[in-house]
Design a protein around this ligand. Structure first.
Ligand code: AMP
Length: 567
């Protein structure tokens, strides 16, 4: 397909904020790409499936240089236009229009060519990489019309600005492939697509299967080595509430305070580890690789577990924030492994020796982990568990968990299947102090006086069920002045600067990527924020590099807390 056709769709999508119009536009477009489903990646602003984390690695600086070279316009001019427009895509469009006005230009760029070129970028390594990357971009820009250039640059910078979330894409695929007649059928087909996506994490694959029909769609299976969305757990108020949700008897397990790891062993014996945001962290956790190699007896598997940090000297468990740096660290990995060791607490398995287990009841899955894992203290073990129908026994187990320094309990329905990506009541979490939410930072403000140059106030957002972000407050406490004292303004500023989309005076708008845990005193209704609520006395507790916007609190959860507060 001509890339210009896709650019037209991008343009139309960016001109409407209405979900319904977007769905119709995409559903119609999908009908034209039945033979080229990979164009969906470009529609998402990507060039690989969602489970594949390879990125272009193009910085704004490099994009500026490439635009200057491709148009023959001075870099300083590109930079000053960037300051004015706040979007390098628009800058490329403007400058290319100036350059190409005189010559009769007809674009021959195809989506195939764009995909091929973009896919070369992450492969480039070593000497001369920057030069080679630049040449690829320049070649694309030379072949582009101004509008095409805008979207090439935006794709490279991972910010397409067309307001297309995965919910809209899912509904559009349902619409395009099944033309559902009423709301009920729409919901049902969208669910089918979602279920398939949660296993495949690849919209092009899901689209191809949906074209073949419902049966093909429900045949998506897991394959170790390819990350799957984890199942998520809603909150229960207390033990009684937990029993009401998951039924009696139930399994109660320690809720460990670490971070989620899906550990895979594929046919070729390769171990790979993914976080809940599907980041591949295998390199950072060679200790975990060793533990599963030595202590999990199975040819292939996907196990779900919580990695918990402990002090190497005292052997005391440490809270998540102490080990969170291991997730992103790319250097000194060995040293960090010794300083911040982890123990794996395995609580589920969804694939074992060639078979998917997601449709097996939890009690069967638990039996399998009991069979295949040889526990070894401070390396790998099974989540501490009891099965009971007694409130008293569950209560005393809860107290024991808290005494042991864990976060609380999980209560699990013994018969429930595993539902990737879903937050349904097959299992629930019970924590004593729920005055805490995970939220995403969507903006920030520079400080003054001795804090000048640092971002010191942070706009926080929750989301609707459909994934729309809504502001719910601003936090400026909880951070330290000096990096050696803990999470500091310096560190947060450094990370957020990479995400800045636009600046106005002292305020910056940032890409919604950084998830933080926020403590607060209570929640009030408030017209000042788009959510209609404001957190009172919010403070930043910790960064959550293992989470993304899919994991943040929803407006419904906030409303539930508000209601509880009133009781
Ligand atoms: P939260 O992070 O508060 O949403 O709680 C859910 C998380 O608790 C899961 O995503 C896991 O990372 C973690 N967790 C700790 N222990 C368990 C357990 N025994 N079963 C399931 N999840 C657990």
């Amino acid at each position: 397909m001509q890339y210009s056709k896709l650019a037209e769709v991008y343009e139309s999508l960016s001109k409407t904020t209405k979900g319904l119009e977007k769905k119709t536009l995409i559903a119609n477009f999908l009908k034209k790409i039945k033979n080229e489903p990979e164009i969906i990646y470009l529609l998402q602003g990507r060039f690989f499936p969602d489970y594949d984390e390879r990125e272009s690695g193009i910085s704004e600086q490099l994009a500026i240089k490439a635009i200057a070279k491709a148009t023959g316009i001075k870099e300083s001019v590109v930079v000053s236009e960037f300051r004015k427009l706040g979007d390098l895509g628009k800058v490329a469009e403007l400058l290319l229009a100036k350059k190409k006005q005189s010559s009769l230009f007809s674009s021959k760029l195809t989506t195939q060519k764009v995909l091929e070129s973009l896919r070369k970028l992450p492969e480039l390594e070593g000497k001369g990489t920057v030069e080679k990357k630049m040449n690829i971009i320049i070649e694309l820009l030379h072949a582009s019309s101004p509008i095409e250039a805008k979207y090439i640059i935006r794709t490279l910078l991972n910010d397409l600005k067309i307001g297309l979330g995965s919910g809209i894409l899912r509904d559009s695929i349902a619409e395009s492939c099944f033309s559902p007649k009423d709301i009920e059928e729409k919901r049902q087909k969208a669910n089918l697509i979602q279920n398939a996506y949660d296993k495949a994490t690849d919209f092009a694959e899901v689209f191809s299967l949906a074209l073949k029909g419902e049966k093909a769609l429900s045949s998506v299976s897991l394959s170790p080595g390819k990350p799957v969305k984890v199942m998520l757990y809603p909150k229960a108020k207390d033990i009684k509430d937990a029993f009401e949700i998951v039924g009696k008897p139930a399994a109660f397990e320690y809720k460990y305070d670490g971070f989620r790891m899906m550990i895979n062993k594929s046919d070729d014996e390769k171990i790979s580890i993914f976080t809940r945001r599907l980041d591949n962290v295998t390199k950072q956790f060679q200790d975990a690789v060793k533990y599963v190699k030595e202590h999990v007896n199975a040819k292939t598997f996907i196990i779900d577990c919580e990695a918990v940090g402990y002090d190497p000297k005292t052997k005391k468990y440490r809270p998540f924030q102490d080990i969170s740096q291991r997730i992103k660290r790319k250097y000194d990995i060995d040293k960090l492994e010794k300083e911040l060791p982890i123990e794996l607490n395995v609580f589920d398995v969804i694939y074992y020796n060639g078979e998917s287990l997601i449709d097996s009841p939890f009690k069967e899955r638990r039996k399998i982990i009991e069979k295949i894992i040889k526990p070894s203290a401070f390396q790998i073990r099974l989540a501490e568990q009891i099965i009971t129908d007694s409130d008293e026994k569950a209560e005393s187990f809860y107290e024991k968990a808290l005494e042991d320094g864990q976060e609380g309990l999980m209560a699990k329905n013994l018969e429930a299947i595993y539902k990737p990506g879903a937050r349904i009541g097959y299992a629930v979490k019970i924590k004593p102090n729920p005055e805490e939410f995970d939220l995403v930072i969507t903006g920030a403000e520079y400080g003054t006086g001795k804090r000048a140059g640092w971002l010191t106030s942070f706009d926080l957002s929750c989301k609707t069920k459909e994934g729309k972000l809504l502001e719910i407050g601003k936090a400026s406490t909880g951070l330290k002045e000096k990096p050696e004292e803990g999470l500091s303004f310096v560190e947060l500023t450094k990370e957020l600067k990479k995400l800045i989309m636009s600046e106005e005076g002292k305020h910056v708008q940032v890409k919604p990527e950084m998830v933080v845990s926020i403590g607060y005193q209570n929640i009030q209704e408030s017209p000042s924020y788009t959510s209609g609520f404001a957190l009172r006395f919010p403070r930043i507790l910790r960064l959550r590099p293992d989470r993304d916007i899919n994991d943040i609190a929803t407006l419904d959860e906030i409303k539930r807390e508000v209601k509880k507060g009133r009781r």
